[in-house]
Design a protein. Sequence first.
Length: 265
Amino acid sequence: MLKFISFGSGSSGNCYLLFTQTEGLMIDAGIGIRAIKKYFREYGLSLPVVKQILVTHDHADHIKAVGYLSENLRLPVYATKAVHAGIDRNYCVHKKVPLANRHSVVPGETYEMGGFRVTPFKVPHDSLENLGYFVQVEDASFCLITDAGCVTDEMKGYIHKADYLVIESNYDEQMLQTGPYPEYLKRRILGNNGHLSNRDCAYTVVDNKGENLKKIWLCHLSEENNHPELALKTMELSLKQSALGKVPEVYVLKRKVPTGIFELK
């Protein structure tokens, strides 16, 4: 049985785990190590189930604990060369990834990681580099896209192939435009290397989802410029209005606490 849990999703920290009975694949480690240990205990999980860590990009809310986990559990960390360099330079990462545990990936190439078949792909964002991940486990396919300023044709292709999709729904446009953020920050978020709005997220999924898409998780919601109910309503309404078949289940990932374990297949 393939399972998924989010330990945190947003600017306060991002950390996701895709796992089977025997092995786990962590995507980002941007929350504190004490919180990670606490959540693993609470959900009856063991840290050694994690066999490797994938990193999307070098912003602090995605890499805070990656060095600690890699060193103490002797875990390989997969990222592009640019992202590894960014982790080294990020002062928020007090313990760096040991050189022996660093593995570089190239967008578009596929890697066998135990029982996981992983394909990284580029996602536009204002970091040194940013990746989405398409993961295949036996006959199940899982796609994660976060911190996306816009949606490329390549990203659309992976969305179409996914049985399970985690995708950013960061802000409501009206809340952002009328909110307290300074203009330069609003322009950054709205730009092609910023973040994905509720509306654009919904349009992207509706236009590109495949027939086998079963579950959607909305991730990286802004605390100031979004509401979970608003993001959920935007996606569900768009799906229902365009539905030709079964509508996928939609969930919103919580910013600062785990959302619970989801059984996939």
